[in-house]
Design a protein around this ligand. Structure first.
Ligand code: NIG
Ligand code: FE
Length: 416
């Protein structure tokens, strides 16, 4: 039986041109004040003004779901997370608020390698159990699809363990997880000082295996001083392409290395972070198909300057927003918090931020044709928030607002 969603104060369809939204389309919410959405099985069959949707043949006899005068919109698509890990990094947190830098903490045995120790000491079943709990948190915050990176294993077996944990959780639903292999996240302790040897292992052993087992859609690397360089980016991109993996890059985060230009040359689907981009970088990015995936929750948490979102948007680049959920630099899974930070700290409008967090997030995962908007033929991934006006989603920061969430046409979360 079909389901008809009525009575929303605002339906944000995010309907618009094909492709990532940029330029004049960057804040296009497709807002309807007397809107309705009709769902059949796991798909949206109509979304538009109520009289138009009611006239659809499938609307007859449909079950009614009331949006209770609230904001109805596509579930958030969070295109950058590192959600599979064993434990929080509270010592790192305390050291950083006491003045130690991310790099200093890493040198003293904290940072990524401390999470690697935790993952190496965990069974796959424990990682699955932890991820399942986090998956529930994402759903309860209105996020219906995430990208998830490995990168806390750093050897073949442990990286495969992380990717298999993601597959196990995604296959049981409701949270959909798109996997990224981030082998080149840090050099593991057993190869300290032997970065090139590690990159060879990543490219010659790990990437081909991940490709063969179809455990990931994307390959990524942390292109950063003290981690991996432009030569490594070329190698990882080439090995990824050979294995059928599309490219994402942690780019220009803590320093500007020129990795954005290299990412564009390799046709990366996204370049992520971009805190240190300069004016000179903007025209090539705007002219490319690469989406700038900004993760300002990590800037908030590290107390660092924000990426120049306004300059990126005004130059014509397509911008996605994501959490970067991870135990080191952003332990926040809530896309509403990220939307709020994007507005208050990066001066994005609420409309631009919501477009960036939904349809552009979908494009950042290569899922723009099926996810991220309420349009006929798309997957019925929908969130209903306790707000009458979409601007409230950024305004009432830090407080839960989710009423209910639908994934593939089924209500999978209801606020109590
Ligand atoms: O996106 N930059 C590298 N990776 C993560 C941090 C991972 C960690 O500190 O555990 C990031 O910020
Ligand atoms: Fe990240």
């Amino acid at each position: 039986m079909a389901t008809l969603i009525l009575n929303a104060s605002e339906v944000l369809t995010m309907a618009g041109p094909d492709g990532p939204r940029s330029g004049p389309a960057k804040g296009g919410l497709g807002l309807l004040r007397d809107g309705a959405v009709l769902i059949d099985k796991d798909q949206i069959v109509a979304a538009g003004p109520k009289p138009v949707v009611l006239a659809h043949p499938a609307a007859k006899g449909a079950k009614i779901l009331s949006a209770e005068g609230k904001v109805l919109m596509p579930g958030f698509v969070d295109a950058h997370t590192h959600p599979v890990f064993a434990a929080a990094r509270l010592d790192d947190f305390e050291a950083r608020v006491s003045g130690k830098s991310y790099a200093e903490i890493a040198r003293r045995g904290g940072g990524i390698l401390s999470t690697v120790n935790g993952v190496r000491g965990s069974k796959e079943a424990d990682l699955v159990a932890g991820l399942r709990l986090r998956a529930h948190d994402f759903i309860a915050a209105g996020t219906t699809t995430i990208e998830a990176k490995s990168g806390y294993g750093l050897d073949l077996d442990n990286e495969l363990k992380l990717l298999r944990a993601m597959r196990a959780v995604s296959s049981r639903g409701p949270l959909e997880i798109v996997a990224t292999f981030l082998g080149a996240h840090a050099v593991p302790p057993e190869l300290k000082g032997k970065k090139d040897e590690f990159v060879d292992r990543v490219c010659e052993v790990m990437i081909p295996r991940v490709g063969q087992e179809k455990l990931a859609v994307f390959v990524d690397l942390f292109c950063e001083e003290g981690y991996f360089d432009l030569g490594d980016l070329d190698k990882v991109a080439a090995a990824g392409a050979k294995a059928g993996l599309k490219l994402k890059v942690h780019s220009e985060q803590l320093s500007r290395m020129g990795s954005l230009g290299a990412s564009l040359r390799h046709g990366a689907v996204t370049a992520d972070h971009l805190d240190c981009v300069t004016e000179d970088d903007l025209p090539a990015l705007a002219a490319s198909k690469t989406v700038a995936c900004l993760v300002p929750g990590s800037n908030y948490f590290l107390g660092k300057p924000y990426p120049p979102a306004r300059r990126l948007l005004d130059s014509g680049a397509a911008v996605a927003l994501a959490t970067d959920f991870n135990p080191g630099t952003c332990p926040c899974h809530d896309m509403r918090m990220i939307v709020s930070i994007a507005c208050t700290q990066m001066k994005m409008t609420p409309a631009e931020a919501l477009v960036s967090a939904t349809i552009n997030g979908a494009h950042a995962l290569g899922l723009g044709a099926t996810h991220g908007s309420l349009e006929p033929g798309k997957t019925a991934d929908i969130a209903c928030f306790d707000a009458e006006d979409h601007r409230e989603l950024a305004y009432w920061f830090g407080a839960p607002k989710t009423r209910w969430v639908m994934k593939r046409g089924e209500v999978v979360y209801k606020a109590s």
